[in-house]
Design a binder for this molecule. Sequence first.
Ligand code: FES
Ligand code: FE
Length: 377
Amino acid sequence: MPSMQTNVAPSFRKTTETFAAGAKGLSQHYFVSPEIFSEEQKKIFSRQWVLVGHQSQIAQAGDYLTAEVAGESLIIVRDKRGAIHGFYNVCRHRGSRLIENRSGQSAAIQCPYHAWTYALDGRLIGAPHMDEVLGFDKADYSLHAVNLSMWEGFIFVNLADSPAPLAEWFKPLAGKFSRWNLSTLRSAKRIEYDVRANWKLIFENYSECYHCGGVHPELSKISPYDSAENDLTEGPFLGGFMRIAKGKSLTMSGNACALAMEQFGEEDFRLVFYYSIFPNMLLSLHPDYVMVHQLFPQSPERTLIFCDWFFNPEAFKRNDFDPDDAVEFWDMVNRQDWHVCELSQQGISSRAYEPGPYSARESIPAAWDREYLRFMK
Ligand code: FES
Ligand code: FE
């Protein structure tokens, strides 16, 4: 395992190093306009790869989850051979929604209306009385599939007709997170947050720690707000690391809460990595756990956020496993963040709002805005 010095340090930059004056926040209509919101749904969420879960969350045959992407309800399901499929949640008979739950387990997918039944791989296998219809062939009525692909165990969907492969999209990150073995992780906990703020405010908030001293006193004690260094500074993947005080962990108790993700060197235990992945994933890599936020914009002023805490699968078997120590810590920090995002939303909605200048410690939110605007062209 290479040490941190040889592995990453040379390419990281202090957030304050290079920052041209002049970058400002986005103007008001980006946060309040229903037209902008539907444009985002069309140009971003209907065309890009969107995170909907992790393979460990549908570990057994028949496990499913549903997700809403750009107004479309989707079913993500594992079939009997272990393959993961994505389907539109739309019956091929008269269009009924098939599954209402957000997750569950089922041997097949049966429509609640007239009981047409689909196998876990989407084939129509039962359609009462349809044999009385001349020429009807079940083979013509499989569920409509949605593009689905995996990256490091995370499940992404794409509503575009023929999107560029997910592997291509993630090429710039190839091997970057291999030390965390992301595909093997297991989630111990999910918390859902309904935040009264525009989804872009959540990204901008995640991308800087200018606010940390005041908003996150507990976090700042363990991880100094001015210790940020970034290695991804332009494009759809942005972020870097912050330092953790020696012997500490980002938990309520301040102690490690689980078996480490990997045989890290001493220096690696002192770092937490934060990356935003356009357009709906926040990836936070700690020495003892990985936290992932999925963002689902509901309206200009409202965002649904699913936060999952993942651990080394070996950690679950041990007595020292205390996931709540991490969950409670970040639940507190999350709520502190959502509160200021909601305050931002309220102020930005005012007639008095005009975009203010970003500080030198907000180079990543400024880069995120630039990337967002590229997608909105
Ligand atoms: Fe699904 Fe009729 S709408 S079986
Ligand atoms: Fe924060």
